[in-house]
Design a protein around this ligand. Structure first.
Ligand code: GDP
Ligand code: MG
Length: 440
């Protein structure tokens, strides 16, 4: 998915103004890429429709860089479908908070129960697990093992008492949690390989009996096109309040995530990323959007650049680039804005798939901005405006004045000239650049 989209967007970035044909071509590629990633057709249609509409609107035609704007729109729409903001668990005013898990067999519910318990414990809660899956012979034992690993107690049916009646077990468990003052309980339930009425009724009965604060629908991210049908069935059957995506460590490319979030309108709250109890994290829609686009690196940087560079300033600079009146003074100013973008090294952490970019950043030294500043400050106004004046003796004087070598001065001038040239391309609608850093 991502390779194709990246190619599409690269193609877009080399264009200045977008024609309706450009937009259609891009939207077609996005549609194909999403279908390849197993996003349900109805979701794809809906999504591309919205992207197309926005891409053809004023917001894009008036933008400084329309192509970049389209990338932004795709990202925003993806984040929107995935739930916008990250949603946190709702805790009951009067404990215990009851969290019920539902989903197909093998989705990862029991494993999740352990993960969630461990995580809640780390957050300062006192969780308890309830084994209300009495369908599979080993289900109770499995939850007990997981509970032990997480260091939390497990409420399980005693032989002869409640065996075969998951509703009673769940109810008794919650009562016990109340009595022993556990502030959260996680109710593990049974699943079937396919959706069936009996399973759904059982889940629904448990829901009625324990009145949960959260019902989390656990779904295997690799489920593909079946995601929509399964999610709808569970939404009707148990009315879940949030979604947990499991097995995101596999080959899943986010198709199921998009489909489920889109058709149910329920937020994805957690992601499971392995068999171990620590392979678990709150779900961040923006990161998933990035995973889907594999553009997170670029988008994050564009956003940061956008907030650091005041928009009018950017427009003025763009005009300067285009008309060749970009000077070393402007260059210096841009470098200082680059500093506003925060620690460049810190940004590395935000670059999941940056590859070439990451290497460039790895080599980027923030002290270089300081050195560059020293050199430019040692130049006269005339020299800053016209680098052609910089002959050998002037360069030597500047080197001495700034405490650098002539080689340093030469390197800076060369880099400035290259940057000015590249920026000129950008101003005409080419690949976005951050001065001094080469292409993003
Ligand atoms: P349940 O039937 O819904 O309770 O599912 P289980 O919790 O028993 O999990 C089914 C299988 O999937 C087990 O072998 C788990 O170890 C595995 N599993 C669960 N979550 C994940 C995950 O996030 N990643 C991977 N790779 N395996 C998982
Ligand atoms: Mg289970």
């Amino acid at each position: 998915l991502s390779d194709r989209l990246t190619a599409t967007f690269r193609n877009l970035r080399t264009k200045g103004k977008l024609s309706p044909a450009d937009v259609d071509g891009t939207v077609r590629e996005i549609r194909r890429a999403l279908l390849d990633a197993d996003v349900a057709l109805e979701v794809v249609k809906d999504f591309t429709g919205r992207v197309r509409e926005r891409a053809l609107s004023d917001e894009v035609s008036k933008a400084l860089n329309p192509a970049q704007q389209v990338v932004q729109i795709v990202n925003e729409e993806l984040i929107g479908i995935l739930g916008g903001q990250q949603r946190r668990l709702e805790f009951a005013k009067k404990p215990p908070t009851v969290i019920m898990l539902a989903g197909l067999q093998g989705a990862g519910k029991t494993t999740l129960a352990g993960k969630l318990a461990k995580w809640l414990k780390k957050e300062g809660h006192t969780p308890m697990l309830i084994a209300a899956d009495l369908q599979r012979p080993n289900a109770v034992t499995q939850l007990q093992v997981v509970g032990e690993q997480a260091g939390v107690p497990v409420w399980a049916p005693e032989p002869g008492n409640g065996v075969g009646n998951p509703v009673k077990v769940a109810k008794d468990g919650v009562k016990e949690a109340e009595r022993s003052q556990h502030d959260t309980v996680i109710v593990d339930t049974a699943g079937r390989l396919g959706i069936d009425a009996e399973l759904m009724k059982q889940a629904s009965d448990i829901r009625k009996a324990v009145d949960p604060d959260e019902v989390l629908f656990v779904i295997d991210a690799m489920i593909g096109q079946d995601a929509v049908q399964t999610a709808r069935a569970f939404q009707e059957g148990v009315e879940f309040t949030g979604v947990v995506l499991s097995k995101l460590d596999g080959d899943a490319r986010g198709g199921a995530a998009l489909s489920v979030a889109s058709v149910t309108g329920r937020p994805i709250m957690f992601a499971s990323t392995g068999e171990g109890l620590d392979d678990f994290e709150p779900f961040y829609p923006d990161r998933m959007a990035s995973r889907i686009l594999d553009l997170g690196d670029i988008l994050t940087l564009i956003e940061q650049a956008q907030s650091a560079f005041d928009e009018d300033e950017a427009r003025r600079t763009a005009e300067k680039f285009a008309t060749d009146s970009f000077t070393l003074d402007d260059f210096l100013q841009q470098m200082q804005q680059l500093k506003n973008m925060g620690s460049i090294k810190g940004m590395l952490g935000m670059l999941p798939g940056a590859r070439g970019m990451r290497e460039q950043l790895e080599n980027f030294d923030e002290r270089e901005i300081t050195r560059t500043e020293a050199i430019i400050r040692s130049m006269t106004k005339a020299e800053r405006t016209n680098t052609k004046l910089l002959n050998g003796s002037r360069r030597l004087r500047i080197a001495k004045g700034s405490g650098m070598t002539v080689t340093d001065v030469n390197a800076l001038v060369t880099r400035f000239e290259q940057a000015a040239k590249m920026m000129k391309t950008v101003a005409k609608g080419g690949v976005p650049q951050v001065p001094g850093m080469g292409p993003i």
